[in-house]
Ligand binder design. Structure first.
Ligand code: ADP
Ligand code: MG
Length: 703
């Protein structure tokens, strides 16, 4: 079968052997189909034409119709430039070329009509555009729109392509030629019923309009259609591969009666839950009585109140004679969770225990015993919980906090602890991954999001300061301490050398104690024994010290509402996710909180973006998205095989809503027709096999 889209690109009118080679090498464009899929990365608004006298100094890019009335080359050597006068019936404007003047001069025709496009700059009373784009224009035959084509596509090109005169405009021209030839042969890739139900435009139209939209609206329609299709097939793949046959879901314990939960909800809540907390609790409750084992990722920004949600889920288990375990990545965190949960538990007369590596033998024995006989219902702990000797009577719910610190193997170890059915799993995390990515990658995890902070929180104010501003930073710190607040000063972990790390921290500690002789300063670092760390954290938590100097051991979870200032030293050495986690340690009470990012004078490009992102936003999801853009999803655990790297149209950050919608659609189709047997789904099946084939041929081309 001869497919026109497989035709070699050199056979397209206007290409030929030389340009074909450039397209092969620079863009990987070998065939008609390849060129069609070189989509523009933006469009320029060519829908409006300005008169020259309408151009005011702040006007961005403008498009005008006029004639070249004068062309001259002036100056010598390096200051040599080409100047032209462009006029319409309302006035005159100057065009200037500093580069390639010789070549431009040859191509310009005095007296000719042109459509000109560029960014004007004011010089005195006159305007000038340097390096405008010019298109010859015949006022007798063409309408301006036909020449300029509405929104003009801008394509990626390389320097090499530009020097060979295969620039974005040439690509546009070639693509237009190609579209005229093949438009009617572009076949539909989504079934009729999906197109109708979701108000999509046809595939052919979407391709044509993505290149050459008439206006912003048609461009949006085209983009939506292509994103929809892309996400749809990706989700089908993920759902099919990860969840597998959906009937294979594990049987789960059924928690239906919830009297203690209800009592807590009605009579003992210390504050009103946010709408998001309530919604998430409902989602979890639905899972817990579904008969299937729950596998849910609970995402919520730092301070969004995940802990109380976890506690309430534990009550659901307790009400059904099942035990719950909450596992935290560090002793400090486990302790903190324990303290927090104990307050709620005490109010309900529920026993709760803490198990860590440093639990005393006597405690340990008591815990082992009561876990085994089932009288202990709620346990909080560290990795100690997954040791072999820990036995549960009936583990019904595992809550894992700050998921990125635990590997999959550890998750699995907790699973094995249950005697009856596999325990429900609730994995809580702040924002290591954008929600859309989580949904796309963890096909096996359902995702719940707490996207609302408790009322009354003041957004943290973030500043970026250099070393020369240190005195003022310390002055500010002093003001805050005088107000009765507490301060964190955090130093980066230097991975290569624990010794350097320690020295860095200790010299910081010394300079702080010297600068603040009247204040008590705590210090916590990785070399300390766990018990000493905890004791020092405890002193700070109780307000016995005003300043905490620490390495990133305090990164996750620590909750001390009275601390209002977080100073991060060498902030450029931290990743975005980590900076966000650290900043989340303040802003947990009612007072205005501050985060001060101290950096050296020289910042890398990425470093600048990271610092700017932190200063600009406190929204964890935005930060996760920025992080994703900087590092690429390849760095984020579990994304390698997800196909997420191949997205061409959709942006998992920006298209979250569409992704969610499309996932629902894909799930429904697979629920009703798991093997895509139905007549109406044949096109989907066909398209899927084409996509598989395509991805394998792409590989062979690379090798
Ligand atoms: P995170 O999601 O970061 O684990 P926490 O569960 O530690 O957040 O909650 C942060 C703080 O906010 C805690 O002191 C908690 O008691 C409080 N909190 C949680 N939910 C609410 C709410 N709905 N209203 C007011 N305060 C809340
Ligand atoms: Mg927490």
């Amino acid at each position: 079968m001869n497919n026109i889209f497989d035709t070699k690109i050199e056979f397209l009118k206007g290409v030929g052997a030389v340009r074909a080679e450039i397209l092969n090498k620079e863009l990987g464009v070998y065939t008609f189909g390849d060129l069609l899929e070189q989509y523009p990365f933006r469009h320029e608004d060519r829908t409006h034409f300005y008169k020259i006298n309408e151009v005011v100094s702040d006007t961005a890019y403008v498009q005008m119709i006029g004639r070249l009335t004068f062309v001259n080359s002036i100056g010598e050597g390096r200051s040599k430039r080409l100047v032209a006068t462009f006029s319409d019936e309302t006035g005159e404007m100057e065009f200037v070329w500093f580069r390639g003047a010789k070549w431009v001069e040859k191509s310009l025709k005095v007296g000719m009509w042109y459509i000109a496009y560029g960014k004007p700059q004011r010089y005195g009373f006159k305007f000038s555009i340097s390096h405008p784009e010019l298109d010859e224009y015949d006022p007798n035959t063409a309408t301006p729109q036909a020449t300029s084509g509405g929104l003009a596509p801008v394509y990626h090109t390389s320097e090499k392509m530009k020097t060979k005169k295969v620039d974005s405009r040439v690509l546009a021209k070639l693509t237009r030629t190609l579209l005229e030839k093949v438009y009617h042969t572009i076949s539909e890739t989504l079934p009729e019923y999906l197109i109708k139900e979701h108000n999509l435009i046809s595939k052919g139209l979407a391709v044509a309009w993505t290149h050459f939209p008439k206006n912003a609206e048609t461009l949006d329609q085209a983009k939506k259609r292509l994103k929809f299709e892309e996400l749809f097939y990706l989700q089908l793949k993920i759902i099919a591969s990860k969840v597998g046959k959906r009937t294979d879901k594990y049987r789960g314990q059924i928690f239906t009666i919830i009297p203690t939960f209800n009592d807590f909800f009605n009579n003992h809540l210390p504050f009103d839950l946010t709408g998001a907390q309530k919604r998430v609790i409902r989602e979890i409750y639905n899972d817990m009585r579904s008969g299937y084992q729950m596998n849910r990722l609970l995402q919520g920004d730092v301070g969004s109140g995940k802990t109380i949600v976890a506690f309430m889920c534990m009550l659901m288990a307790l009400d059904n004679d099942a035990q719950s375990a909450l596992m935290a990545p560090t002793e400090i965190l486990a302790q903190q969770h324990y303290n927090g949960l104990k307050e709620f538990a005490d109010a309900m007369g529920v026993t709760i225990e803490l198990l860590t590596g440093s639990s005393k033998t006597k405690t340990r024995r008591r815990i082992d015993e009561t876990l085994r006989d089932g009288s202990l219902k709620i346990i909080v702990g560290t990795h100690a919980l997954i040791e072999d000797k820990v036995d549960f009577y009936n583990l019904g719910l595992c809550v894992i906090d700050e998921q990125h610190r635990f590997g999959v193997a550890q998750r699995a170890a907790l699973w094995k602890k249950s005697s009856k059915a596999k325990p429900h799993m609730l994995v809580m995390t702040a924002t290591p991954i954008p929600r859309t990515l989580a949904m796309t990658v963890y096909g096996d995890l359902e995702v719940s999001v707490i996207d609302e902070l408790p009322a009354g929180r003041k957004p943290i104010i973030t500043w970026h300061k250099f070393e020369k501003g240190r005195l003022r930073v310390f002055g500010f710190l002093k003001e805050q301490v005088e107000l009765g607040r507490q301060v964190y000063i955090v130093y980066p972990l230097i991975e290569e050398s624990e010794t350097l790390d320690y020295q860095n921290l200790m010299s910081g500690y010394e300079s702080v104690t010297r600068a603040f002789p009247d204040y008590k300063v705590s210090v916590v670092h990785g070399r300390m024994k766990a018990a000493d760390k905890d004791a020092e954290m405890q002193r700070f938590a109780e307000g016995k010290t005003e300043i905490m100097v620490a390495t990133t051991v305090i990164e996750v979870g620590v909750n001390i509402p009275n601390s209002t200032v977080m100073i991060i030293e060498n902030a450029e050495k931290f990743g975005l996710a980590q900076l966000h986690q650290l900043r989340g340690r303040v802003g947990r009470g009612g007072e205005q909180s501050y985060c001060i990012l101290m950096t050296g004078d020289k910042l890398s490009k990425d470093g600048k973006v990271r610092i700017k992102t932190m200063v600009d936003t406190t929204d964890g999801f935005k930060i996760a998205d920025a992080d994703l853009k900087l590092r690429g999803p390849g760095d984020i655990e579990g994304t390698q095989q997800s196909g997420i790297l191949d997205l061409r149209h959709a942006d998992i950050g920006a298209d979250a809503a569409l992704l969610q919608e499309v996932r629902g659609i894909a799930e429904k189709i697979l629920d009703e027709d798991p093997d895509l047997q139905k007549e109406e789904n044949q096109l989907i099946k066909h398209q899927q096999s084409l996509l598989v084939k395509k991805s394998s041929t792409n590989w062979s081309r690379i090798s």
